[in-house]
Design a protein around this ligand. Structure first.
Ligand code: SAM
Ligand code: SF4
Length: 462
C-alpha cells in the first residue's frame, strides 16, 4: 500500500478540505503516514490569506525535496496558493508534480494517475460552475470517537473586501442544499457527535433553500445534537431573524464571532466592509439583548494602508467599548490583485515597525480585557462538554463551555459527557477547575483510544 502525507496550512476550511482529500486518497488505496519521510505522495494544502502563510508553505516545500530525491515521492500543492499561482508554481518549483485548486479535490485520482502513469506535470485550477458544484460529503465513520465536528454549508465569497484574497481563490458563493446539511449532521449524531460547527466564509448569507437562521434552528432539532456553532459571519448580514434564533433556541451556543476589522468608518469604507461602527454596535447591542452573556469575538486588521494613529486609536476605543472575549488580530498584508494592494501607494503604506507596534498595543489591551472576563468566572460553576484528555496533562480532562472557553479540569467524565466544573483558576484564554457533577452521559460508548486526538493532517499551521 502506498502512503500519503498532507501538510495543512490556514483555516478550518482548509482542514476540512484536507480531510476530504484523505477520504479520496483512501479510496485509491493510499494509507496515511504521520511523517513525510516514508511518504509516496506529499500534498501541501495551502493558505494565501497573508504573505507569511505563503512563505511558510514555500519553505516546507523545500524540506520535502529530499523525499522526492530519495524515494521518488510525488509532490502536489493544493488550496489557495495553488489557485492563485496556477502554472506559475510549476515554473517556480521545478520538482513539483501537480497543482490543484480547492474545487478540484474530487479530481485527485485522475490527477495522480496522469502524473504517475504519463509523467505529466498537471495543473487543475478551474472553478466548477455554481450549478454543477457538488459538496464532498464527509464520511461519518471518520468522525466516530469525536464529539465535535465541522460541517461545510457554503463555499466561496461574493463580497469584495479590498484587503481579501478569498474571492479570488475560493470563487463565488455556493450554498449547500439544506437537506444535505441536515443528513450529514444526523449521520454525525449517530456516531456520537454532540456539537456541530457550520462553516463557510460568510455563513449568514447562506442560500441553500432556507435562511441561515432556519438552518441553525433545524440543525438544533437533530436528535443527539446539543450544541450548534457557526463560523464565520459578515456583520452586514447579521439579520434580525438570526438574532431571534439566538433568543429562542438555547442549543445555538452563546458565542458570536463577528469580525469588525477596525474602528474607523473611513478605513471601513476603504476596506469596502459596508457598515459603519455605529451600525455594527447597534447589531451587537440587539444580539446582547437577545442573549445576555453571549461571548463576542472578532478579527482586526491593523496598519491598513492610510491608517493614521488617530484611526488606530478608534480601534483601541472600540475594543474597550465592546469588551470582546477575544480577538484575532493581524497586521495588514498586501495580497495580489486585491483593491487595497493596488491602491496601497496612493493611500500610503503604514511602515512595518508602526504596524507591529500597533498590533502589540492592541493585543496587550485585549489580553487585559480577556483576563478580566475570565478572572470574574473564578469561583463560579460552568457547563462543559468533555472533548477528551487535556493536552497538557493526560490525567486531566479537557472541554469547552457554551461560550467556547476552553477548560482543563480534574474529573473522570468520558468524552461526550456534559458536566459542571467549578472554576478555580483562569488565564486570559483558559479556565481550570474541578468536575462537580455529571449532567448528561455520552450518547455512544466512548472509544478506548485517546479521544479528541486529531488526525495529523487535520491540524493546520497558521
Ligand atoms: N469572512 C470573514 C469576514 O468577513 O470577516 C473573514 C475570513 S478571513 C479568511 C479571516 C480574517 O483574516 C479576516 O477577518 C481578516 O481579519 C484577516 N485578513 C484577511 N485578509 C487579510 C490581509 N490581507 N491582511 C491581514 N489580515 C487579513
Ligand atoms: Fe474576505 Fe470575509 Fe470579505 Fe469575503 S467577507 S472578501 S472572506 S473578508
Amino acid at each position: 500500500m502506498k502512503r500519503y502525507f498532507i501538510h495543512t496550512f490556514g483555516c478550518q476550511m482548509n482542514v476540512n478540505d484536507s480531510l476530504r482529500m484523505s477520504e479520496v486518497l483512501s479510496q485509491m488505496s493510499y494509507a496515511p503516514t504521520p511523517v513525510p519521510d516514508n511518504a509516496d505522495l506529499i500534498i501541501l494544502n495551502t493558505c494565501s490569506i497573508r504573505e507569511k502563510a505563503e512563505d511558510k508553505m514555500l519553505s516546507a516545500l523545500g524540506r520535502y525535496k529530499p523525499v522526492k530525491a530519495s524515494r521518488g515521492a510525488l509532490i502536489g500543492v493544493g488550496g489557495c496558493v495553488a489557485q492563485q499561482e496556477k502554472d506559475k508554481l510549476l515554473k517556480k518549483v521545478p520538482y513539483l508534480d501537480f497543482v490543484f485548486g480547492p474545487d478540484n479535490i474530487a479530481r485527485l485520482p485522475d490527477i495522480i494517475n496522469r502524473v504517475s502513469a504519463e509523467r505529466e506535470r498537471v495543473v487543475e485550477t478551474a472553478f466548477v460552475n455554481s450549478e454543477e458544484y457538488v459538496f464532498p460529503r464527509a464520511d461519518p465513520e471518520t468522525s466516530r470517537g469525536k464529539v465535535t465536528e465541522f460541517v461545510t454549508v457554503m463555499k466561496g465569497c461574493d463580497n469584495v473586501c479590498s484587503f481579501c484574497i478569498v474571492p479570488h481563490t475560493r470563487g463565488r458563493e455556493v450554498s449547500r442544499a439544506f437537506p444535505d446539511v441536515l443528513v450529514e449532521v444526523a449521520d454525525l449524531a449517530k456516531v456520537g457527535v454532540r456539537e456541530v460547527t457550520l462553516i463557510g466564509q460568510n455563513v449568514n448569507s447562506y442560500a441553500g433553500g432556507i435562511s441561515f437562521a432556519q438552518l441553525l434552528l433545524r440543525t438544533a432539532e437533530v436528535p443527539g445534537i446539543e450544541r450548534v456553532r457557526f463560523t464565520t459571519s459578515h456583520p452586514h448580514d447579521l439579520s434580525d431573524e438570526l438574532i431571534e434564533a439566538f433568543r429562542i433556541q438555547p442549543k445555538i451556543t452563546p458565542h458570536f464571532h463577528l469580525p469588525v476589522q477596525c474602528g474607523s468608518d473611513r478605513i471601513l469604507k476603504m476596506m469596502r466592509r459596508d457598515y459603519t461602527v455605529e451600525q455594527y454596535l447597534e447589531r451587537l447591542a440587539k444580539l446582547r439583548e437577545a442573549r445576555p452573556g453571549i461571548a463576542v469575538t472578532t478579527d482586526i486588521i491593523v496598519g491598513f494602508p492610510g491608517e493614521t494613529e488617530e484611526e488606530f486609536e478608534m480601534t483601541m476605543k472600540l475594543t474597550e467599548q465592546v469588551r470582546y472575549d477575544n480577538q484575532f488580530s493581524f497586521v495588514y498584508s498586501p495580497r495580489p490583485k486585491t483593491g487595497a494592494a493596488l491602491r496601497e501607494k496612493d493611500w500610503g503604506p503604514v511602515p512595518h515597525e508602526v504596524k507591529i507596534a500597533r498590533l502589540e498595543r492592541l493585543q496587550k489591551l485585549q489580553r487585559r480585557i480577556s483576563g478580566e472576563i475570565t478572572a470574574a468566572l473564578v469561583g463560579t460553576e460552568v457547563e462543559v462538554m468533555v472533548e477528551g484528555h487535556s493536552r497538557y496533562d493526560p490525567t486531566k480532562r479537557f472541554g469547552r463551555t457554551p461560550e467556547n472557553r476552553t477548560v482543563n479540569f480534574d474529573g473522570d467524565a468520558p468524552a461526550g459527557a456534559f458536566v459542571t466544573v467549578k472554576v478555580e483558576r483562569a488565564t486570559p484564554n483558559q479556565l481550570a477547575g474541578t468536575q462537580v457533577a455529571l449532567l448528561k452521559p455520552p450518547t455512544v460508548e466512548p472509544l478506548p483510544v485517546p479521544v479528541g486526538e486529531t488526525p495529523f493532517h487535520a491540524v493546520a499551521e497558521a
